[in-house]
Design a binder for this molecule. Sequence first.
Ligand code: FAD
Length: 386
Amino acid sequence: MNLAIVGGGAAGFFLAINVKEMLPQLEVTIFEQQRKVLAKVAISGGGRCNCTNTFADVTDLKQVYPRGANLLKRLFKQFSPSDAYRWFEAHGVPLTVQADQCVFPQAQDSHAIIDCFLHEARRHNIHIHLSTKIDDPETLLQQFDFVAVTIGGTPHGAGCVPSLFTFTIPDPSLNALQGLVADDSLVSIPSTPFRSQGPLLITHWGMSGPAILKLSSHAARHLAEHDYQSPLLVNWTGDSNADHVRQHLSLLIQQNPQKHIDNVRPYSLQTRLWTYLLDKAQLSGKRCSEIGKKGLNRLTNLLTNDTYHISGRYPHKEEFVTCGGIPLDSIDPHTLESKTHPHLFYAGEVLDIDGVTGGFNFQAAWTTAYAVAKAIAHLSLTKYNV
Ligand SMILES: Cc1cc2nc3c(=O)[nH]c(=O)nc-3n(C[C@H](O)[C@H](O)[C@H](O)COP(=O)(O)OP(=O)(O)OC[C@H]3O[C@@H](n4cnc5c(N)ncnc54)[C@H](O)[C@@H]3O)c2cc1C
């Protein structure tokens, strides 16, 4: 029996190696359109490959997989993030966990993973055809018993839009904050459920950092539909309750009546950010006793509801993925086999599954590839008695 895998990326290789471990007699061929395989793995995570995450900080998969969380919850029972961790270590790639729960090869080099995959592919005699673009994978079913499509994402393909990008905000007042990181910000798109929390970085084009990337992922479709034109609310305090923030400010002001407000920084905000907000509120240089109720309200509003206008999408060079792809209701949720084309399977980013930054996208590739490998091995053994 034989299997054709279309796409020599992360999911394609992981599928090929795992299916050969389960069923060594299966002939496996990878077709890759480029002259090189695993190109994205090489550049991933800034060349270090953030290959998974411990998920220790994840209470709900929907937080990290805006699309595909339910399917992945089911598939993690077959191959979980800890299984992936063990898999790499057992295949000679020692891993390390960062404080933010992101997992990288100990070598801090994505080639540790590429070398492992190429070594395993050679060991299992997996055939690799480079510079071979397959336009209609289902036609391969005439020559192969099984076909797996692992062609990755196509951000501009039909029904697909980019995810994981930063926001262009042409607001000259932000120039004063370039390079500043606000450690705990809450960002949201008004009149939508889309919000996220985390560090926010001010750049020369607008805003970036984990909070913005997460928001771009959750709101990927909404922003595309609005041509990347949208208001953005920034809460600089990390506290979503404006009444708490007002009380906190009011107390600070009462306790320091003679001090200049510039010297009374709430929430350990950086001096540059506090100065910027005070200028915006026209309160710079005032003593606390002069702030008054109106000043307090203005400051509370700026701290919790500072409004900007997103006017475009700026590519995030470190990682970007596709929102959209093969609809999940068109495949079997256990085997990822097409409901319309038996023996045609899908794994990796080609599916309508994508995550935020932090190793979640590779984990989706490993898990879906493993599920397909298992389904093909099981089908060969039970139905065809290989
Ligand atoms: C710059 C960057 C950095 C990233 N860093 C991280 C990270 O650190 N952690 C993380 O979790 N995720 C990261 N990602 C996302 C991650 O790389 C992808 O989610 C992952 O590679 C998806 O694996 P895949 O095998 O589905 O697709 P790919 O890795 O994209 O592989 C698909 C392969 O199929 C080939 N192909 C496409 N069409 C055809 C065709 N018609 N015929 C034959 N071959 C074809 C392509 O050339 C490619 O080699 C990053 C992405 C980018 C762009």
